[in-house]
Write a protein that binds this ligand. Sequence first.
Ligand SMILES: [Zn+2]
Length: 308
Amino acid sequence: MRVYTHAACLAHDTGPAHAERPQRLAAVTDALHEVFADRLDWHEAPLAGEAELLRAHAPSLLQAVLATTPRERILLDPDTVLSPASAPAALRAAGAAIAAVDAVLAGDTLRAFCAVRPPGHHATRDTAMGFCLFNSVAVAALHALDAHGLTRVAIADFDVHHGNGTQAIFEHDPRVLFASSHQMPLYPDSGHAEERGVGNIINAPLPPGAAGNAFRDAWTTNLLPALDAFAPQLLLVSAGFDAHRRDPLAQLELEADDYAWLTGQLAAVADRHAGGRIVSLLEGGYDLQALRECAVAHVGALAGIAPA
Ligand SMILES: [Zn+2]
């Protein structure tokens, strides 16, 4: 199984005391190297191209992120930092997702994980927000649809925050099914069960304090059956690990085992409908120890390999 990453993703400098910090990505890649050693196939993420980004985003957002390199950090919103090194990081994050889709659809690998930052699922067509500059999973889905000619792509999003940007980009596009579990109430305050798009949006909000049993129940009774009914040709995953009980930004109570369980269920969906093909992207997760455990659980289940 392939893992895409790039050193540029470590250089996106959000400043002191920002939760979305470079150490997050280092924790993930260090843990994967330590636990799986040479059983993963590591690749450098290429840069995304403008035409690929413009499938998901307005020219004004590309302009805001790419046109001027700030001399010091600036805020695009109260949470979202653009630093001198942020544009290359965002281009590598989206580029990882595009390259992973290409590799999976070419049959070069069955599964791929993109160990990247900044995350993406809050970015809308024209707005960077919630730590996110470009919506990499949306760029990946549109690449699979428009460049590869697929007609049904599903996105499973288990980050503790609702993927409002992904939902907004696809809520009128029946080629994409978006299935999300998330805490509510919580930033960004969207993701009610009543938000259905054109029947292609499935939201399962969970209350603060919900633990693995409620999480597994939501996926078993609601989200996984919707994914099965949609029968995607490719499954994309917005893999945020901030629903872990140690995470400081939210109040769900998941354990690493819950991520291994869900990943196994998603792999079974992909096996039934998509020839097993999954591309997963790192989204949130702000406790370094939880990130290490959850990334190992998720990637191990994706690859079908146990820790050494
Ligand atoms: Zn999150």
